[in-house]
Design a binder for this molecule. Structure first.
Ligand code: ADP
Ligand code: MG
Length: 276
């Protein structure tokens, strides 16, 4: 579905004399159709640059990005690429443009020249999928952060893209809003086979992915299943990441180094009490 081949990208320097370090350097990875991949990395590690390279918002200086086999550097491909990948960004307030929820969700399909009658169906379906059917005619500014992000996701769904990229889309939300968005994304992945690239700095979110990529200084320093990646404690330290809270608790309580989730903590505690 998505293929980065030796991709490098450097932002233009504001001051011509100062050389900018590359934001992404010689980066290669792929995401298969139907996969749920989480990308971790500290601030400035290049994650948002990767997101913008996915759909051709940025074009690589060298290397290639292929989305559904289409080269994002070819201008004529961009319309088809944006029919295949939708983006949800960090700040819900910067993504909602219309004054009414349903108009906002219709904006994407309108740009893709979908016939009006079909847009109506798509908007209703998309809002139902994110659990926002009761807010069709609501004013977005009156919604909570989590609800706004779900409207933004509905906007992507209404475009019928196979892939969704979420760039720290839960970062500005409270725990409840984060859970709403995560539940929505997981359901879309499981029930509709959507391909997901979830960029996040919440380890608990990354734990729910099929595969985790760890960015550091514009390149990948680890990838694998969540369990494989979280076992590489030195890599996490290098990337400036901390373990999921449950894993830190398990370490402090000497429950075991392989524990990552709250459920595993509870089981380990129960086992200890039953055995002693
Ligand atoms: P992340 O999303 O992981 O925080 P970014 O991709 O936003 O990382 O940034 C990677 C690097 O590129 C950082 O050093 C950042 O300062 C730089 N950068 C990001 N956006 C711009 C921009 N618009 N202009 C210049 N430099 C940028
Ligand atoms: Mg970012």
């Amino acid at each position: 579905m998505l293929d980065f081949r030796n991709v490098s990208f450097t932002y233009p320097a504001l001051d011509e004399t100062a050389a900018m370090p590359p934001a992404v350097r010689d980066l290669s990875f792929s995401i298969a159709q139907g996969e749920f991949v989480a990308m971790l990395g500290h601030n400035g590690s290049g994650k948002s640059t990767v997101a913008k390279l996915c759909n051709g918002l940025l074009a690589p200086d060298s290397g290639q990005v292929l989305l559904g086999g289409l080269d994002t550097a070819v201008e004529d491909n961009l319309f088809d690429i944006r029919r295949q990948v939708g983006m949800v960004f960090q700040n819900p307030d910067n993504q909602i443009i219309a004054a009414i929820v349903e108009d906002d969700v219709a904006f994407g399909p309108e740009n893709l020249c979908v016939p009006p009658a079909e847009i109506r169906t798509r908007v209703d379906d998309a809002l139902a999928q994110v659990g926002m059917s009761d807010f069709t005619t609501a004013e977005p500014h009156k919604l909570s952060g989590g609800q706004k992000q779900r409207v933004a996701i509905a906007g992507v769904l209404a475009m019928h893209t196979q892939m969704i990229v979420l760039d720290e889309s839960t970062a500005m939300l409270d725990p409840r809003g984060r859970q709403e968005v995560m539940d929505t994304v997981l359901r879309l992945h499981r029930e509709q086979g959507k391909t997901v690239l979830l960029i996040t700095h919440f380890m608990e979110e990354a734990l729910q992915a099929d595969r985790v990529l760890v960015m550091h200084n514009g390149t990948l320093i680890a990838q694998g299943s969540p369990r494989e990646v979280f076992a590489q404690r030195d890599v996490l330290t290098q990337a400036g990441l901390t373990l999921p809270a449950a894993a830190r608790f398990a370490q402090a309580a000497e429950l075991g180094d392989d524990i990552l989730t709250e459920d595993e903590c509870v089981n380990a505690i129960l086992t200890q009490y039953t055995n002693h």
